[in-house]
Write a protein that binds this ligand. Structure first.
Ligand SMILES: Cc1cc2nc3c(=O)[nH]c(=O)nc-3n(C[C@H](O)[C@H](O)[C@H](O)COP(=O)(O)OP(=O)(O)OC[C@H]3O[C@@H](n4cnc5c(N)ncnc54)[C@H](O)[C@@H]3O)c2cc1C
Length: 432
C-alpha cells in the first residue's frame, strides 16, 4: 500500500503569505490506508475547522490537502475577520424567509468564534480586534452603508455610523465621504491562523496529510474510498469536500457551480511613523464600490492592499498595477510606494453570493462559496458542519442546503469574470 505524505514546510516560504507566519505543525507520515469516520478533502479554514470540531466531538478525522494546510485562500487572504455576508440582514430575510435568522446568528457570531479559537488554542497569528471600516468614495454611497450599519445595530451588533470627518480621521485618507465601523471585526495573519487551526486539530486527534491531492472518490459498499495521487487510499463513512476556489474535477460538476476568481494583494515594506495616521486604531478597511479594494496594516507596519485579480494567475508585477494605483490614490503624500511582496489567491463566487452546502450523495457534504468573506464564515461553517455530522439535528444547521447547480456556460468563466470586472467598473464610475 502506498504511503500518504506528511505535511511539508511551506513551498512558497519566500512570499509574504508565508514569511513571518507561525511555523507549520509537523505530522508523522502514515504508511498504510487510513480509516476514518470522516475524511475531509482540503486543508483551509473550512476543512481545518471541520476537522478540529469533529475531533473534539470524538470523531476520527483524516484531512487530505493537496499542498499543505493553508496553501489555498486561507493562507493568502487579506486577514479581515468580518462577521458579515455580501447580503445585508434585511436582504437576507427577504431572500431566505425564516431560514435567514439562524444563518444571520451564525454569521453574527463568526468573528467571536475566530477570536475564541485563537485564545483557547493560543494561536500565534497577531490577532487584533479593532473593527472593520467600510467606506464610500462617494457621498451617494454613504446612506446605503448607514442603513447597513443600522440593520446590524437593530440585531444588537456593536457598530458605529461614520460621517466624512470620522472616516478621514480613522483611515488617514481624505478620499472617503463616510461609512460604518463594525466593532465585532478584526484581523489576523491568515497563514498563521490556518496553521494554528491545523495544530489545534492535530492536538485534538485529527490526522492531517499535506502533499496529498485526492484524485478519485468512489463508493465501496457502505464506505467511501478516496485515492491520493501515488495510490494511497483512505476509507471513511463520510466525506467533507472543502476545496472552495481550488475545486477540481474530484466531484463531477462541482467546479462548475462556482466562479473561481483571483484576488490580488500587494504589501509595502514596514512604513513606521510615516504611516502612523493610517488606520491608527488598528481597524481594517474595505471600500464599498462593486470592485472593492481592501487594506490593513500588519504587525510590522506594512500596508497590505488587495483588490480584484485577473482570471489568470499573476505573471509579474505589472498585473498588480491597479491595486498599487488604488493605494497611491488613497495616500498620495506617501506615493510612490515601494512593494516588497505581491501575491494572489482564488476565491469562490456563487451565483446568489451565498455560501453553498450540498449533499450530493449519501455521506458526502460539500461546503464552499464564501465570495471573498470566508475567514470568519468558513471557520463557523466548520463548527456547524461538525455538529451536524456528529448527529446534531439538521434543523440546527444554519446554512441552507441546496442542490448543486452548474453556472450556465461555465466554460466561459474567464469571460464572465473579465466582463463582470468591466461592467462593475463601469457601474462604479457611473455611480461616482
Ligand atoms: C487574496 C484573497 C484575499 C481574501 N481576503 C479575505 C479577507 O480579508 N477576509 C475574508 O473573510 N475572506 C477573505 N478571502 C476569502 C477567504 O480567504 C476564503 O473564503 C477562505 O479562506 C476559504 O477557505 P476554504 O478552506 O473553504 O478554502 P481554501 O483555503 O482555498 O482551501 C481549499 C484547499 O483545498 C485544497 N484542495 C483542492 N482540491 C483538492 C484535492 N483534490 N485534494 C486535496 N486538496 C485539495 C487546496 O489545495 C486548498 O488548500 C480572501 C481570499 C483571497 C484569495
Amino acid at each position: 500500500m502506498a504511503s500518504i505524505r506528511p505535511v511539508m514546510s511551506h513551498p512558497a516560504a519566500a512570499s509574504l503569505w508565508a514569511a513571518g507566519a507561525a511555523p507549520a505543525a509537523p505530522t508523522p507520515p502514515i504508511e498504510d490506508a487510513c480509516q476514518a469516520d470522516v475524511l475531509v478533502v482540503g486543508g483551509g479554514y473550512t476543512g481545518l475547522s471541520t476537522a478540529l470540531h469533529l475531533a473534539q466531538a470524538g470523531a476520527s478525522v483524516c484531512v487530505l490537502e493537496a499542498h499543505e494546510p493553508g496553501w489555498g485562500a486561507s493562507g493568502r487572504n487579506g486577514g479581515q475577520v468580518n462577521p458579515t455576508l455580501k447580503h445585508d440582514p434585511d436582504e437576507l430575510a427577504a431572500l431566505l424567509g425564516a431560514r435567514a435568522e439562524p444563518l444571520l446568528d451564525a454569521i453574527a457570531g463568526s468573528a467571536d468564534l475566530v477570536f475564541e479559537l485563537i485564545a483557547r488554542h493560543r494561536i500565534d497569528c497577531a490577532p487584533v480586534r479593532a473593527g472593520w471600516l467600510q467606506a464610500s468614495y462617494t457621498p451617494a454611497g454613504v446612506p446605503a452603508l448607514h442603513r447597513r450599519a443600522q440593520q446590524w445595530r437593530d440585531r444588537g451588533a456593536a457598530v458605529d455610523v461614520l460621517d466624512r470627518q470620522a472616516m478621514v480621521t480613522r483611515t488617514g485618507s481624505d478620499q472617503f465621504h463616510g461609512g460604518w465601523l463594525d466593532r465585532r471585526a478584526g484581523s489576523i495573519q491568515p497563514l498563521s491562523y490556518a496553521r494554528g487551526l491545523a495544530a489545534a486539530a492535530l492536538q485534538a486527534g485529527a490526522r492531517i496529510h499535506g502533499a496529498s491531492p485526492v484524485t478519485d472518490l468512489r463508493r465501496d459498499g457502505r464506505r467511501w474510498v478516496a485515492t491520493v495521487a501515488g495510490g494511497a487510499r483512505v476509507l471513511s463513512d463520510q466525506v467533507v469536500l472543502a476545496t472552495n476556489g481550488y475545486s477540481d474535477g474530484l466531484w463531477p460538476g462541482l467546479a462548475r457551480t462556482i466562479l473561481s476568481a483571483n484576488s490580488f494583494i500587494v504589501a509595502t515594506p514596514p512604513l513606521g511613523a510615516a504611516a502612523a495616521h493610517i488606520l491608527a486604531g488598528g481597524e481594517t478597511l474595505s471600500t464599498a464600490q462593486r470592485l472593492l479594494v481592501y487594506l490593513r496594516k500588519d504587525a510590522q507596519g506594512r500596508l497590505l492592499m488587495g483588490g480584484r485579480g485577473l482570471f489568470a494567475n499573476p505573471a509579474g508585477p505589472a498585473d498588480f498595477a491597479h491595486v498599487e494605483r488604488a493605494l497611491a490614490q488613497l495616500y498620495p503624500a506617501l506615493a510612490p510606494f515601494q512593494f516588497e511582496y505581491r501575491w494572489g489567491g482564488r476565491i469562490a463566487i456563487t451565483r446568489d453570493f451565498l455560501p453553498h452546502v450540498h449533499r450530493p450523495a449519501p455521506g458526502v457534504t460539500i461546503a464552499l462559496g464564501y465570495n471573498g468573506r470566508g475567514v470568519a464564515t468558513a471557520t463557523a461553517m466548520g463548527k456547524h458542519l461538525a455538529a451536524w455530522l456528529t448527529g446534531g439535528p439538521e434543523q440546527d444547521f444554519p446554512f441552507p442546503i441546496t442542490t448543486p447547480s452548474p453556472i450556465p456556460l461555465h466554460g466561459l468563466q474567464r469571460f464572465y469574470i473579465s466582463a463582470g470586472v468591466a461592467w462593475y467598473g463601469l457601474l462604479d464610475k457611473l455611480s461616482g
